[in-house]
Ligand binder design. Structure first.
Ligand SMILES: NCCCN[C@H]1CC[C@@H](N)CC1
Length: 291
């Protein structure tokens, strides 16, 4: 507050802390699930923090939201039914709405306070909820998926927070099996998958679970300066059906009518960044053998 730095240290990244200069705290409360904090930073715009972990900043959210949405949706020819797990800030919805082929966007967010706070402080992200194709479900995603019909979705995007709170269940095997059941043949899954510098064991576990459940599994990554170690990864899986070549977008965003003229222009994602996202450093290939 008033210029003091806020330090976020957490068992997810022992021995390191990340700090942003705080100009003004705008919101602070506890929901049924977590502490929700919004502050105006000195250099990254407004910042959303859940249980002391930076979720997004106005300056660099474009990297995460655009990559987690377009890496999967540009990898299949004509996505129609899409599900977002988490994503209550609305940023991923904003990106999915660029795809004119999409007819239904289901979103299942467990914490209503995140949605309300985003609508109040992050209109640039919450605009995603205004798309008429969006169907909002507040609750636990595993519960939602158990009730949803088999093979409904062309793509599922798991925009989760770290597996140290409400999102813990989202990295366990039973959840991946419910995701596989909810996807159409040839459907694809994109999960937030932490940092290659900090979480190779978690990434390894996630990939080995996905390999037992899906036909193909890939790892991609992006720069996000305000996430720990400055990068975030994504695990992309495809179910049985036509093989998906994640590395060469068959549905390139540049050719998508409406995607480029959308009221808000893309700031980060393009087809070159898509291809480059799957290039992995040697240590990661070695540590996550199957990649
Ligand atoms: N929808 C905002 C992003 C949520 N995902 C992030 C990925 C990992 C970070 N440590 C915290 C949030």
């Amino acid at each position: 507050r008033g210029g003091k730095a806020v330090y976020f240290n957490n068992p997810m990244w022992p021995g390191e802390a990340h700090s942003l200069k705080v100009e003004k705290v705008l919101f602070k409360d506890k929901s049924d699930f977590q502490e929700v904090l919004v502050f105006e930073s000195a250099t990254y715009g407004k910042v959303l923090v859940l249980d002391g972990i930076v979720q997004l900043t106005e300056k660099d959210e474009c990297a995460y939201q655009e990559m987690i949405a377009h890496l999967p949706l540009c990898s299949i020819s004509s996505p129609k039914n899409v599900l977002v797990v988490g994503g209550g800030d609305g940023g991923v919805l904003r990106e999915i709405s660029r795809h004119s082929s999409v007819e239904v966007i289901d979103i299942c967010e467990i914490d209503k306070m995140v949605i309300d706070v985003s609508k109040k402080f992050f209109p640039e992200l919450a605009v995603g909820f205004e798309d008429p194709r969006v169907q909002l479900h507040i609750g636990d995603a595993a519960e939602f998926l158990r009730k949803s019909p088999e093979g409904k979705y062309d793509a599922i995007i798991v925009d989760s927070s770290d597996p140290v709170g409400p999102a813990l269940a989202l990295v366990e095997k039973p959840f991946f099996e419910t995701l596989a059941r909810a996807l159409k043949p040839g459907g694809i899954l994109c999960n937030m998958a932490e940092s290659m510098w900090l979480h190779t064991h978690l990434i390894e576990d996630m990939i080995s679970i996905c390999r037992q459940t899906f036909k193909s599994v890939h790892y991609a990554w992006s720069s996000v300066p305000t996430y720990p170690s400055g990068v975030i990864g994504f695990v992309l899986c495809s179910t049985d059906g036509p093989a998906v070549d994640f590395k060469n977008p068959i549905n390139p965003i540049e050719k998508l009518d409406g995607a480029m003229t959308h009221k808000r222009e893309l700031k980060f994602y393009n087809s070159d960044m898509h291809r480059a996202a799957f290039a992995l450093p040697t240590f990661l290939r070695r540590e996550v053998a199957s990649l």
